[in-house]
Ligand binder design. Structure first.
Ligand SMILES: Nc1nc2c(c(=O)[nH]1)N[C@@H](CN(C=O)c1ccc(C(=O)N[C@@H](CCC(=O)O)C(=O)O)cc1)CN2
Length: 296
């Protein structure tokens, strides 16, 4: 059996088109434009690419994009001052601070300074608590993208065994909360889990988010399972740089029922869901109905 390939690139393009449609209508009906502010501190090359793409896709969706590029030596006080200004700016409905931050900055302190209603990353402690207690929250973009693809592929997730490999605050933990919200039986596994192979083999839904290149081979995958690969790892192979996931795609594709590729799977959904979250934040701020199918 060869798995269905879940095309995240096409899925993300569809999400962005839906967001753009809502933005056009909101401009006509309300005369208002959603705005997203993205803050980058330092010159991490990958972060620079992600931030540039966020700006491009925000403008393509018809939203206002505010980009703040700060020097790597920016102090915590300067960064907090900028966040305070963005919190108070009525043209800004979403605020994102690109991670990772340079080592001298306390990421938790910075993230928790963002107005939770504008926290389109869903990383603020208030949004983490709201999601954890099943209340209306801003939901982190990458897990939200995974959930959208899972719902589209499987319909109801109720009663399925879901294994999330990885326990990060950005992906693993919120992904597990979302799957619990869909009435899955959820296991969070990680590098210290005993007999990880057999834990993974029990998964109807296997989400890999450990950040270790091709760590999960096909013989850890239950036949017919849906595999969501969140890993984005750059490796050297045959003298070339290659992007691979946390799952060994070549062997897993022979066993799984469906699988996301890397690149072109979960990655593109991260920015698409950022746009969806900015639209959601805008609607909530203005007391408008939330866009259907673009929230958790
Ligand atoms: N504040 C945040 N920081 C970071 C987040 C985040 O959600 N919020 N996530 C990642 C980086 N990221 C967005 O910021 C991101 C990662 C990957 C992709 C993507 O489209 N990947 C492509 C491959 C791109 C490539 O060639 O490198 C794919 O998988 O197909 C988009 C956004 C960390 N920081």
């Amino acid at each position: 059996m060869t798995a269905t390939i879940i095309d995240g690139k096409a899925f993300a393009a569809n999400v962005r088109a839906q967001v753009a449609g809502h933005v056009t209508r909101l401009k006509e009906e309300q005369g208002l434009t959603p705005g997203l502010a993205v803050v980058l501190v330092g010159e991490d090359p990958a972060s620079e690419v992600y931030v540039r793409n966020k700006g491009i896709q925000t403008r393509e969706a018809g939203m206002a994009s505010f980009e703040h590029k700060l020097d790597a030596t920016t102090s915590e006080a300067e960064l907090l001052d900028l966040i305070g200004k963005l919190n108070a700016d009525p043209a800004v409905h979403g605020i994102l601070v690109q991670l990772p931050l340079p080592g001298h900055l306390d990421a938790d302190l910075v993230i928790n300074a963002i107005d939770p209603a504008k926290d389109v990353d869903g990383f603020h402690i208030s949004n983490v608590g709201l999601l954890g207690t099943g209340q209306k929250a801003m939901v982190p973009c990458t897990p939200l993208g995974c959930l959208m693809m899972l719902r589209d592929h499987l319909g109801s997730l109720s009663g399925l065994n879901a294994v999330v490999v990885g326990r990060s605050n950005i992906v693993g933990k919120p992904m597990a909360q979302l799957l619990l919200g869909e009435s899955c039986t959820v296991t969070i596994a990680h590098s210290r889990t005993k007999d990880l192979a057999s834990v993974c083999r029990g998964a109807d839904i296997l989400v890999a988010a450990v950040g270790r290149p091709e760590m999960i081979p096909g013989d850890w995958v239950k036949p017919g399972a849906t595999v969501i690969d969140v890993g984005i790892n750059r490796i050297e192979r045959d003298g070339k740089t290659k992007l691979v996931g946390d799952v060994d795609f070549a062997s897993a594709v022979e066993v799984a029922g469906a699988i996301t590729p890397v690149p072109g799977g979960v990655g593109p959904m991260t920015i698409a869901c950022l746009l969806a979250n900015t639209l959601t934040a805008f609607c909530r701020a203005n007391g408008l109905p939330e866009p259907q199918g673009l929230t958790a």
